[in-house]
Design a protein around this ligand. Structure first.
Ligand code: HEM
Length: 130
């Protein structure tokens, strides 16, 4: 799978998520958009894995360029935050307003992490392998 196709998908996922946050007042629309973006992102990781044996490459962290290690660390943290977004989002949907600010803060952190994942992905593929 060509790099441009994965980068394009990654960019579209970030754009979809930003749009999804702007639609938070329409709760079900927000949930549908964010859930679709997170699922698409996991499918993108599987595409990268199948075409690049990315996990095998990532596991050789000691030999990898530093930028690749930074990219992989941020990307893995982002996916972990997806779990926190689903957990806090479901609580919100169930009426537990106490988690609103936590969901909002986690949500903004998740967006920053996802944008950093996109940015570092360009640097990681640009740096020649050691
Ligand atoms: C990457 C995933 C997600 C991100 C980044 C995200 C981000 C946000 C943000 C930033 C807000 C607050 C907006 C504001 O007040 O300015 C929000 C609200 C909300 N989110 Fe999410 N969210 C995500 C996923 C989800 C999921 C999976 C659910 C449900 C299962 C959910 C349910 C809600 C609900 C119910 C609100 C409150 C809407 C309102 O009353 O204004 N979110 N989200």
């Amino acid at each position: 799978m060509p790099t441009w196709l994965m980068q394009t998908q990654s960019f579209l996922i970030v754009a979809l998520m930003i749009y999804g946050i702007t639609q938070h007042k329409t709760r079900l629309k927000h949930v549908k958009i964010m859930s679709s973006a997170m699922i698409w992102d996991v499918i993108l990781i599987l595409q990268i894995e199948l075409s690049r044996s990315a996990i095998l490459k990532a596991s050789k962290a000691m030999g990898n360029p530093m930028l690749l290690n930074i990219h992989v660390s941020i990307a893995v943290t982002t996916v972990l935050f997806y779990g926190l977004m689903v957990w806090s989002g479901r609580k919100l949907l169930a009426g537990d307003q106490k988690v609103y600010n936590r969901h909002k803060l986690l949500g903004r952190t998740t967006m920053v992490l996802r944008i950093l994942t996109l940015a570092t992905s360009f640097l990681a593929v640009a740096e020649p392998a050691a």
